[in-house]
Design a protein around this ligand. Structure first.
Ligand code: SAM
Ligand code: SF4
Length: 321
């Protein structure tokens, strides 16, 4: 079992399989990066899988595939199958913008993918286009319908931004609710790559707006989930991801791996350690030691909650958000 120095069990690994993306979301990657990581620096799926095995053997129970846009990486289904065959009981999920989901959902499910979180920031084509800087909505919604049709569990992520999509919070909640999908509103996290015009919406303001429309009870955190959950009178549950809240990190069980093999103990800070060399050499012991060290050095909490310091210079599309 992997336990950090604050007695938190670390059993959730988020793996970014590519930093590339087919969207240019205003809050994440508004401009194409000056350069992409050269292809030869990316870990192959075989190498990534070698590390997945180590992580699973050390106690990881949940793996989320993310990016950039994970569906841009070729043969993703084969990687999913490798993990699923090795550990059929693992909670294997993916976060995607859903643009390529319609044509890939069945293959991913057959390979062993159990759940998917999709980002839907707007249900208005022109606003979705403004946020992603591309005409995306039709394909995204088709992707979601397909995933639901074939029986994948789907959650929706929305980043509410004032003057942009904040007036659609109720619409996105209703859209999700009608389809049996939990929606999670993510507080916009400031970072140096995001467009400067963004004005995020913090949890108290968001909840006040929701209270004008619904009655709901605070259910707190669900295990180690990053989401704070609220239950409406009819039983529907929605979540708010509040990285700025003081208790956000209390039960954090997550570490992150980039496509280049950098293992990151916390999204907020720059620190990371590479497993690339040991994995490429087949040195399982050394890679496992890096994993334990990264868990040992996991910080107690991020500094958004303290309103000071600088967030990591690593982009969210590299760490997988
Ligand atoms: N491309 C996929 C997607 O958009 O779902 C996966 C990668 S994306 C980095 C993962 C999640 O991070 C998405 O739900 C996205 O909305 C969220 N995200 C990215 N930048 C963010 C920011 N600055 N603040 C809050 N959430 C952000
Ligand atoms: Fe791409 Fe996801 Fe970032 Fe949007 S949030 S630019 S879809 S990685």
């Amino acid at each position: 079992m992997l336990i950090d120095s604050y007695e938190r069990v670390v059993d959730y690994l988020r793996v970014s399989v590519t930093e590339r993306c087919n969207f240019r979301c205003q809050y994440c990657m508004p401009e194409k990066p000056f350069s992409w990581v050269p292809k030869e620096n990316l870990l192959s799926f075989e190498d990534l899988f070698e590390f997945m095995k180590i992580a699973i053997d050390e106690g990881v129970k949940k793996i989320r595939i993310t990016g950039g846009e994970p569906l841009l990486r070729e043969d993703l289904d084969k990687f999913i199958k490798m993990i699923s065959d090795y550990a059929p009981d693992i909670d294997l999920a993916m976060t995607s913008n859903a643009f390529l989901l319609k044509e890939t959902a069945q293959k991913l499910k057959d390979a062993g993918l159990k759940r998917i979180n999709v980002s839907i920031d707007s249900l208005k084509p022109e606003i979705a286009q403004k946020i992603a800087q591309k005409d995306v909505l039709k394909k995204v919604l088709e992707g979601v319908e397909e995933a639901l049709k074939i029986g994948l569990k789907v959650k929706v992520n929305m980043v509410p931004m004032k003057g942009m999509n904040a007036d659609e919070i109720i619409d996105v909640l209703e859209y999700s609710k009608e389809r049996g999908m939990t929606v999670r509103f993510i507080e916009y996290m400031e970072n140096q790559y995001a467009s400067k015009e963004i004005s995020g919406m913090k949890s108290p303001e968001l909840l006040a707006l929701l209270r004008e429309h619904y009655e709901f009870e605070d259910e707190g955190f669900d295990g180690a989930s990053p989401s704070h959950y609220y239950r409406m009178k009819d039983g529907y549950r929605f979540g708010v991801i509040e990285p700025y809240a003081d208790d956000f990190c209390k039960k954090c069980n997550r570490i992150r791996l980039t496509a280049e093999g950098n293992l990151i103990p916390c999204l907020y800070f720059d620190e990371s350690m590479s497993i690339a060399e040991s994995i490429r050499k087949g040195d399982i012991k050394a890679a496992a030691e890096v994993l334990r060290e990264v868990v040992r050095t996991k910080p107690e909490k991020n500094r958004w909650c303290e309103d000071e310091g600088e967030v990591s210079s690593r982009a969210f599309y590299e760490t997988g958000g």
